[in-house]
Write a protein that binds this ligand. Sequence first.
Ligand code: HEC
Ligand code: HEC
Ligand code: HEC
Ligand code: HEC
Ligand code: HEC
Ligand code: HEC
Length: 423
Amino acid sequence: MPVPATYRSYTITNGSMSRPGMAKSITLAIGSGNHAITYVHRTPQGRLLELPVSWYAKLNGYAMSPGYEQPDHLDFRREISDSCLFCHSAGKQPAPIDCQRCHGPAQAHAASPNKGNILNPARQTPQRQLEICLQCHLETASQGIVDSMRKPGRDVFSYRPGEPLADYKNYFASPNPERFEINHAGFRLLQSRCYLESKGTMTCTTCHDPHSARVKTGSCRTCHKQPHTTEDCTPCHMPKRTPADAIHTTMTDHKILRRPASDGQALYTGPVVDFYTKADPEALALANNQQGDPVLYRRYLQRDPNNQPVLVALGKALLRQNQPAEALRILERAGQLDPQDTNAQTYLAVSEAVQGNTQKALAILKKAVADNPDHVLAHINLGITYQALGDVQSALAAYTEAIRLQPDSAEAKQRRDALLTRR
Ligand code: HEC
Ligand code: HEC
Ligand code: HEC
Ligand code: HEC
Ligand code: HEC
Ligand code: HEC
C-alpha cells in the first residue's frame, strides 16, 4: 500500500496516533491513496475500528474520516465489519484485493495452470463481467436506508465471480435518487442512457482496464461517432463532484448526461424500491420496515430463520413493545449465531434486567465490555445495572468509562450527573 509523502510530517509516530485522552495504534490502511487512505486499528480482542482521521489526496493532508464529519461521530468506535472487508479486502483477514475476487478460486489453477480451471471474465456475458465489478462498486446509499440485503443463507464472502449478482443480493434505492456518494460509480452508471440504451453491452471494462483501473483512451468513441470539437469528453459529460458522504474527496459522476447534474445532496430516508435486482415481497417489506414492525421481521424469518441481524432487529422491536420474555428467546438465538455481536448482547441483558433478572444482566454485560471495551452502550447499560444493584461506585465507573470513550454522550453524562447529585 503506498504511503503518502506527508506521512512522516504528521504526528503519527511509531505507528501510533495520539489525541487528547486517546491513543490507538494503526494496524492497517484502507484505500489506494489516489483519493484517500483510512487507518484501521485492531483492538486486543481482534476487532477492527476505523480511526477518525484519514489522509486525503485532494487536501494533501489529513482530515476527518468519512462518517466522522458529523458532530455526533462515532469516535474510535466505527467498527470495520465483514461487510466492509468484503469490498475493501481480499477476504475476512484484512489483505489487498487479489486475483481471485475477479477470477474466482485459483488453487486448482495455481497447482496446474491451464485455461480450463480459471475464470476469464472476457469470456463471460457482458452482464456477468459487469457484476464482477458491481459486487464491490454497486452501493445505492451509504446511510439512511437499507440499500441492499443478501439472499437467505448467503454468507458475506460467498459471492463467486461469474455468478448472477441477483442470486447473492438484492438492491434497494430511493425512487428518485439524487444524492451523489463516494461509491456511486456503479449506481450512477446503471442510471445513464449510455448503459440503459446500449442493449446490455456496456460494462466497466468498456472504459477501464481491469488491472490498472486506468481509463482507455477513446472509449466514448466506440459508440459515439458524432463530431465534437474535443477528444476529452469527461469535463462536460462525466464531471468530478464532491460526494455528500466523503466531502474531502472528488469522484467522477458516472451518470453520463448532456449537461452536468445539479441534483441535491440531501440524505434520503423514505421508502425504497427495487434497484437492478427484483426482491421478494417479504424482503422488500423488510427493507421498508422503518417502524420496526415485529410482524414483518417474523414473516421474513420464516424464509430465512438464521438471519442474525433480522433476529436482533426483532428482539429490539419486541423490547420496545414491552415483550421482554419473547425478546429474550429471540436474542439468545441471535447470540448463538454471532457471539461477537455486542449490540445483541446488550439488548439480551436489557431483556433479562426488565424481567427482574438483574444478576444475569450483570453477567452478560460484564462479558460484553470485556469482549468489546469500546462499546459505549454496553458500558452505559452496565452502569444502569450496577445502579439497580445499589453499587453506586461501580455504576459511576461504568458511566465515566462511557464518557471517556464518547465525550459527547449526553446519555452517559446525564446518568452520571444524576448519580452524583443524588449522593
Ligand atoms: C459495496 C462495497 C463496499 C462496502 C460494503 C464498503 N465500502 Fe468503503 N468503499 C468502497 C469503494 C468501491 C470505495 C471507493 C470508491 C471510489 O473510489 O469510487 C470505498 C471508499 C471508502 C473510503 C474512502 C477511502 C478510499 O478508499 O477511497 C473509506 C474510508 C471506506 N470506503 C470505508 C468503509 C467502511 C468503514 C465500510 C464499512 C462500514 C465500507 N467502506 C463499506 C466499497 C465499499
Ligand atoms: C473486491 C472488491 C472490488 C472489486 C471486485 C472491484 N473493485 Fe474496484 N475498487 C475497490 C475498492 C475498495 C476501491 C477503492 C480503492 C482501494 O481501496 O483500493 C476500488 C477502486 C477502483 C478504481 C479507482 C482506482 C483508484 O486507485 O482510484 C477503479 C477505476 C476501479 N476500482 C474499477 C474496478 C473495475 C473496472 C472492476 C471490475 C473489473 C473492479 N474495480 C472490481 C473494490 C473492488
Ligand atoms: C478487478 C478485477 C480483476 C482483478 C483483481 C484481476 N483481474 Fe485479471 N482480468 C480481469 C478482467 C475483467 C479480465 C478480462 C479483460 C478483458 O475484458 O479482456 C481479466 C483478464 C486477465 C487475463 C487474461 C489476459 C488478458 O489480459 O486479457 C489474465 C492472464 C489475468 N486477468 C490475470 C490476472 C492476475 C494474475 C491477477 C492477480 C494478480 C488478476 N488478473 C487480477 C479482472 C481482474
Ligand atoms: C457502449 C456504448 C456507449 C459508450 C461506450 C458510451 N455511450 Fe454515451 N450513449 C450510448 C447510447 C446508446 C446512448 C443513448 C442514445 C444516444 O443518445 O445516442 C448514449 C447517450 C449519451 C449521451 C446523452 C445522454 C442523455 O441523457 O441524453 C451523452 C452525453 C453521452 N452518451 C456521452 C458519452 C460519453 C461522454 C461517453 C464516454 C465517457 C459515452 N457516452 C460512452 C452508448 C454509449
Ligand atoms: C463510459 C466510460 C466509463 C465507464 C463505462 C466506467 N467508467 Fe469509471 N471512470 C471513467 C472516467 C472517465 C473516470 C475518471 C478517470 C480519471 O479521472 O482519471 C472514471 C473513474 C472511476 C473511478 C475512480 C474514482 C472516481 O470516481 O473518479 C472508479 C472507482 C470507477 N471509475 C469505477 C467504475 C466502475 C466500477 C464502473 C462500472 C460499473 C465504471 N467505472 C465504468 C469512465 C468510465
Ligand atoms: C465542452 C463541453 C463538451 C465536451 C468536451 C463534449 N461534449 Fe458532448 N455535448 C456537450 C453539449 C453542451 C451537448 C448538447 C447538450 C444539449 O443538447 O442540451 C453535448 C451533447 C452530446 C451528445 C448527445 C448528442 C445528441 O445528438 O443527442 C453526445 C452523445 C455527446 N455529447 C458525446 C460527447 C463525446 C463522445 C465527447 C468526447 C469526444 C463529448 N461529447 C465532449 C458538451 C460537450
